[in-house]
Ligand binder design. Structure first.
Ligand SMILES: [Zn+2]
Length: 80
């Protein structure tokens, strides 16, 4: 689902009132997920555009498995 405005800006809308849908597999996300929102700047080809998408955990795992360098993983200390 997306809206295109007169000036050519396309804003992807993945978050709906009924819940969050994964942009990769198009299934409603149950549980935790990755949300990316990027406001592109002047030194890109997408200046003034804001891109946003969500990935379920399974699609996140598939995506990062294609990375040459794995994501940095830190462990939060439990706060009691
Ligand atoms: Zn997914």
């Amino acid at each position: 689902m997306h809206e295109t405005y007169g000036n050519g800006v396309v804003i992807m809308k993945s978050i709906q009132m009924t819940g969050v849908v994964c942009n990769q597999c198009n299934k409603e996300i149950i549980g935790d997920y990755l949300r990316v929102k990027k406001e592109w700047g002047y030194f890109s080809d997408k200046d003034t555009q804001i891109h946003e998408f969500a990935l379920c955990e399974k699609c996140y795992d598939m995506l990062v498995s294609t990375f040459i360098t794995a994501p940095v993983v830190e462990f939060k200390k439990e706060v009691i």
